[in-house]
Design a protein around this ligand. Structure first.
Ligand code: ACO
Length: 342
């Protein structure tokens, strides 16, 4: 038996940067960014952190679901850009919302992350291990983007989205998931740990002096700092998404023996509008069935899909009984398509 989404929530920082604002820092224009990506602005954290945004999105999802936090058996946070490594962000959320009965873990499958969290929750429900899960996509990408690199900084924004999934005898679930690590170099970001100085000098068999540590740190810093920001081969990612996402969705529909006309909505990772238009064209699906909010938020990686889901639920565009395919795709490379009924 699987679960149904019974509540969603999201958190968007108030502060935002428009395309026009960006022209003060980099050689670009509103026209170029809008034509190539569809992004008009991106919201950026100011006083909040990634973990704080996850907490706020979670609170709203719990409130909308109308459950008590003690009912939550599991919390999964998907993020590539959390401000905390230890404890994991899910444990941070558990503490802040008081979900004392939940066990907690984080996952990193980049922009596919929310779908992987959803699929993981469904698998735990199906095995009978849990009844209720809180899943969250939360990203503070503004902290890992190089704001002097016009090829990447124009694309990304910050935000968080969450959903509560509860065991339901009516729930329907199926999925297709893929990864291709050989394409990993197309989108990378180091955490910088490898460049930190060691505290000992093995060759001399002694601890390093402060000057030696500083020198090693600076050398590593100067050589490698760039790798701690998002590096992207935009055209390779574009080709991957436009070709492989429709194939993945078609594979799912074939597996389930359903066709695209039976699907009410395709809720896709909001990478950029040209990618979404390319996917629609290959699937031969009207853009009306592919909701977009990328112009307002940019690409918020694993937060894109839950933020969009929350908007669609709250505006009533998603209705009980609607048949949906969600699809996430991103760094790794990873991709997944998942079927659900509202
Ligand atoms: N403003 C103005 N000019 C720019 C900008 C900018 N912000 N960025 C790049 N350019 C210039 C380049 O320098 C280049 O100039 P040149 O011809 O003088 O060398 C020219 O524009 C063309 O550059 P390309 O990189 O070839 O531009 P392209 O048409 O590929 O568009 C883009 C770039 C928008 C990044 C595109 O490749 C794309 O959409 N890729 C998908 C990437 C993506 O969505 N990644 C998100 C993360 S992964 C995920 O979510 C799936």
């Amino acid at each position: 038996m699987f679960g149904k989404i019974i509540g969603t929530g999201s958190y968007i920082p108030r502060q935002f940067i428009t395309n026009e604002d960006l022209t003060n820092y980099i050689d670009t224009s509103d026209e170029w960014i809008t034509d190539r990506t569809g992004v008009k602005k991106r919201h950026i954290m100011k006083d909040e952190t990634t973990a704080d945004m996850a907490v706020e999105a979670a609170r709203k999802a719990v409130e909308q679901a109308g459950i008590h936090v003690n009912e939550i058996d599991m919390i999964i946070v998907s993020s590539v850009s959390s401000n905390v490594i230890l404890p994991n962000t899910a444990c941070y959320v558990q503490d802040k919302i008081g979900a004392v009965n939940a066990f907690c873990f984080d996952i990193n499958t980049a922009c596919t992350g929310f779908i992987m969290a959803y699929n993981t929750a469904q698998s735990y429900i199906d095995t009978g291990l849990i009844q209720t899960a809180l899943i969250i996509g939360a990203e503070g990408l503004s902290k890992i983007v190089d704001w002097s690199d016009r090829g990447t900084c124009i694309l990304f924004g910050d935000g968080a989205g969450a959903a509560i999934i509860k065991k339901d005898s009516e729930a329907v679930f199926d999925t297709v998931m893929h990864a291709d690590g050989s394409m990993g170099a197309a989108l990378t970001c180091d955490n910088g740990f490898a460049y930190r100085p060691r505290l000992i000098d093995e060759t001399e068999n002694k601890t390093m002096s402060q000057e030696e540590k500083n020198a090693q740190s600076q050398e590593g810093h100067l050589n490698q700092i760039q790798n701690t920001y998002v590096q992207m081969n935009g055209q390779e990612i574009f080709r991957f998404a436009v070709k492989q996402v429709p194939e993945c969705i078609q594979e799912l529909m074939k597996k389930m023996q359903i066709n695209k006309d039976e699907i009410d909505m395709f809720i896709l990772h909001q990478a950029n509008s040209r990618i979404l238009q390319g996917i629609a064209k290959r699937l031969k699906v009207s853009l009306e069935k592919i909701p977009m909010n990328v112009s307002e938020y940019g690409n918020t990686s694993s937060a894109c899909i839950p933020i969009l889901l929350d908007e669609l639920f709250r505006t009533g565009e998603l209705k009980e009984g609607d048949k949906i395919i969600m699809s996430g795709f991103g760094a790794g490379v990873t991709l997944a398509a998942t079927y659900l009924e509202v």
